[in-house]
Write a protein that binds this ligand. Sequence first.
Ligand SMILES: [Fe+2]
Ligand SMILES: [Fe+2]
Length: 198
Amino acid sequence: MNFDYASIGSRLEELVKVSRQDLEKIPESHGWPHISDVMGYCVKIGKEEGADLSILLAAALLHDVGFLYGGKSRYHSKIGGEECVPYLEKAGYESHEIKRIQHCIKAHNVRYEGIEPETIEAKVLIDADTLDKIDEGSYERAYKYMEEYKMSEQEFARGRVESRERLLKEGKLWYTETGRKLIEPLIKKYLKYWKNKM
Ligand SMILES: [Fe+2]
Ligand SMILES: [Fe+2]
């Protein structure tokens, strides 16, 4: 694999420098711990899938930036796909790269906003985001989400179980083979847990 780690490293570092202060203002359920976990999953899946990590990690870092600009949980990827541009320009990304990063961000909330992922980087980002919502750490974060959105446990559980089961049935719970390998073992426990709370 031909990854230019040095250039990813320094530009990503610059991107973190120009965006972190803002990203830390995102409410906790989509805030910094979520962002860094999604980046970790992106490295894991992205390497297996041959994704361009310089595009993928920049997109992962900024994927939920829309929450800072009026975005809500069902509508933040289109906004984020526009608001990410100044950060990327400041960090030195070129316009052809910015377009690819924007696509990943705009497509990451495909389940609500309907923009289909067209590149491997966009697909990996969706799987990484899904994983962080169903893994071991997701349960604690779910309760923070309920608090933030003033939602009852029952309401949350019902919504999550219905949507995940529907996606599973439609074959849309993952977009990559590596994502499938990681998501499949976790989803059973996730559904069982939340079904008990319905
Ligand atoms: Fe998101
Ligand atoms: Fe996210």
